[in-house]
Design a binder for this molecule. Sequence first.
Ligand SMILES: Nc1ncnc2c1ncn2[C@@H]1O[C@H](COP(=O)(O)OP(=O)(O)OP(=O)(O)O)[C@@H](O)[C@H]1O
Ligand SMILES: [Mg+2]
Length: 515
Amino acid sequence: MTVAARIATSAALLILLLVAALSYHLAVVHRLAASNRAISTHQVRLVVLTLEQLAMIDHIEESARKLAATGDPGYGEQLTNRIMTFESALRRLSSFDVADSERAAIHRLGGEWRRFLAQLPAPGDLLSGTAPAERARRLGGGLARLGDLRSAAQELVAAANQELSHQGERAESARRGSERWVLAVFAVALLSGSVAVALAIRAIQRPLRRLIEATGRIAEQSYDFELETHGEDEFARLSAAFNEMAKRLAELDEVKRNLLSHVSHELQTPLASIQESHLLLLDGLAGPLTAEQRHLLELDVASCERLGRLISNLLERSRLDAGSLSYEIAEHDLGAVARATVNEVAARAEEAGLLLVSDLPREPLLVPCDRERIGQVLRNLLDNAVKYSSAGGRIEVSLRMAPAPPAGMPEHSRAAIENNGAFVLLEVADEGPGVPAAERERIFERFYRAQRGSGGPSGVGLGLAICRDLVEAHGGAIWASANSPVGSRFQVLLPAGVPERRPAPAGALAAGEQP
Ligand SMILES: Nc1ncnc2c1ncn2[C@@H]1O[C@H](COP(=O)(O)OP(=O)(O)OP(=O)(O)O)[C@@H](O)[C@H]1O
Ligand SMILES: [Mg+2]
């Protein structure tokens, strides 16, 4: 199932359940409205009409009594009209669509009415031709039925009231039932919707996390992974494309490394011979030189040296990348290594108008290391110090024992060291432009050069990356900080104990050998 289909299914399920809950709720509201309508039309009209009938019974009694007392035909006519009104209202009551209890009460009222009419003398028998006493006697039987008629009407009012409250109760219980149902349906919708959404998110999250990890590994130029490509969804297709891209990148990287290593290697020999020829010319082997010719040749020799250092950095990088670099670890006096390297760079520093001072211990400082590689690290740092400082600046090299990593050491460098007791700390500080804090870590990445406008000293950005690889191979750490008051300070911390000797990969070359 594709990711889009999974999301669509969970959304559809949620929508379906919500529509069901809404429809049910609408049906209940409709039922409640109908029941309210019934209450307001039938029941209320029934109660009002019955109350009017009760009042009419009083009016009929009043007219009958006045007729019997006076024998006035006006009252006879009034009585006849009121009887007709009562009868027409009774017919209307019988036509109502009412509950069984109310129907029975209406029926009883009709019966009592008929019995009352049967006992009531015709209005003509109560007119003035008859003696008042006789009229009162004739009326007596009818008036005696009025009590039952009244109680039948009151019974109907009571039945109507009861039905009214029953209907109210029924509406209330329907409302409560609907509320429960709607809440239950909403809860089920919410729960199943959440589960469906959580499943959809999980289905997206897992492959996404793997893709993020793989992207991070590609950023670190490590291609030895293969993403899972099971299934038919978009992620499976993306993972397959990603694997293909990683494979291509690995091939390209390999091609680039080989090319770099071959070109650098091929450049080394002609460069050495050019340098040799220039030195012979400078020695006067081909005849005396004018001052100008000598100056030009000296510039060429300096350029050749720079090019030589660049080529050896490129070769070193290729060997480190290929893992074909082995280390000759032995106890070496680090003070002597530093002294030799400082001497190598001294002439160049002087030419650049820089003051190179060193603070190295007199007594031997024996540290297990590959002296060539550690010499190379210090050479790269000093090269940078000379290259990036301006004339008149001071470069200071120092070496000392350190019982523990220094306080200002960055956390990630602390994690890189293999602590086995004491350390030695090698430092190169200069008064150059310094490295902005945001870039102090990035300058150790390959081919990264700090941004400082156009121009400036040339380089490819490999020196420090090589330094970090070499130092970490010794179980140490290297980092940059600010020098006070200006410039930068590069610090190299090496374990002073005997580190484990790193096994060289198969076919590895000894340090200094050519590939
Ligand atoms: N002493 C220093 N003072 C100021 N900036 C420095 C110093 N050392 C290094 N940097 C900055 O760090 C960057 C990386 O240095 P790195 O030695 O790796 O490369 P590079 O000197 O540019 O080239 P190369 O590969 O020839 O050494 C440099 O481009 C520079 O911007
Ligand atoms: Mg450099």
